[in-house]
Design a protein around this ligand. Structure first.
Ligand code: NAP
Length: 277
């Protein structure tokens, strides 16, 4: 008897912009795996019904992204501790007996990208400056704390949003006013832009970086363009820089491994595929 061909995919609304089919599809081809990864545009009202139906059609799991990341968490049978802390799910694995397990791999993707690109980097080396306090920042804070960051300075245009995150993650996270964004860099060994500033069509993220620790690591979650003005300025000031494309790639690894049974390696070819027009 032939075994079933595993199916997975990404659920979003809209979904046309998603790079996940290209990423997973590329790995399926690269590793010669018989399986498919499909983009699905699902209205929020239909999410529950679709998640109940997909396993019956041969789906082993799905990624979920905007606007479903919080709703999926509520519908899950089990939720990992980190997904609970982050308050969102992006990787769902269907259970043979019905229901699904929910995980959030965004923070893991963030850290693994830094570890692969800058192997000598350590979150524990000194103060970390995090700019921005949106959905992505929550996963980044969780990952940095789990990786041993001793002090995180969280700086956001809307202070209340940063305070809400500091309440969740405790006193290691110190809220700093947006007007003091330059001071936040002083002595920092890691600097992270999680704002959407610097993205194509947005103003640059422009702060004073001369006070950062020599040889600090600077990374940007924005990956369009790959080289943001923040990364250019940080490199000119002596930082090691890591772009945001790797986070997008690395967050996909746990799902791919669970659903298709192979742990993919992030190579130059993986990155090149993601950058194809
Ligand atoms: P979000 O929840 O909408 O948060 C946006 C953040 O940007 C908030 O902190 C917001 O500050 C700040 N911001 C926006 N415009 C600003 C401005 N003009 N001046 C100062 N701050 C401004 O978005 P998100 O989901 O966290 O995503 C943030 C960025 O990360 C996006 O560019 C997204 O594409 C990128 N991202 C990348 C990855 C990856 O895998 N590389 C993963 C997730 C997200 P306020 O709170 O004051 O509005």
């Amino acid at each position: 008897m032939k075994t079933k061909i595993p199916l997975a995919g990404v659920i979003a609304h809209p979904v046309a912009h998603s790079k996940s089919p290209r990423l997973h599809g590329g790995w399926l081809q690269e590793y010669g795996i018989t399986g498919h990864y499909i983009p699905m545009d699902v209205h929020p009202d239909d999410l529950q019904g679709v998640l109940e139906t997909l396993p019956k059609a041969g789906f082993v799991g799905v990624n979920v992204t905007l606007p479903h990341k919080e709703a999926a968490l509520k519908l899950a049978t089990t939720v990992t501790k980190r997904a609970k802390r982050i308050g969102a799910a992006n990787t769902l694995t269907f259970r043979p007996e019905g229901g699904f397990d929910a995980d959030c791999t965004d923070g893991e993707g963030f850290i693994e990208n830094l570890r692969q690109t800058a192997p000598d980097w350590s979150a524990a080396a000194g103060p970390v400056a995090v700019y921005g306090a949106g959905g992505a920042a929550r996963a980044v804070l969780d990952a940095l704390l789990s990786a041993g960051a001793p002090e995180i300075r969280l700086c956001n245009r809307t202070r209340a949003r940063a305070e809400a995150l500091a309440d969740i993650f405790g006193p290691t996270v110190q809220v700093i006013d947006w007007e003091k964004a330059g001071d936040v860099a002083d002595g920092a060994t890691t600097l992270v832009n999680t704002t959407s500033l610097g993205m194509q069509g947005q103003p640059p993220f422009d702060i004073a970086l001369d006070g950062m620790h020599p040889g600090a690591l600077a990374t940007d979650l924005v990956y369009i363009p790959l080289e943001t003005p923040f990364l250019t300025a940080a490199r000119a000031a002596g930082a090691i820089t890591v772009d945001g494309l790797g986070m997008l790639i690395h967050q996909a690894i746990p799902g791919f491994q669970k659903w298709f049974g192979t742990r993919p390696v992030v190579s130059d070819a993986t990155r090149a595929r993601m950058l194809e027009a």
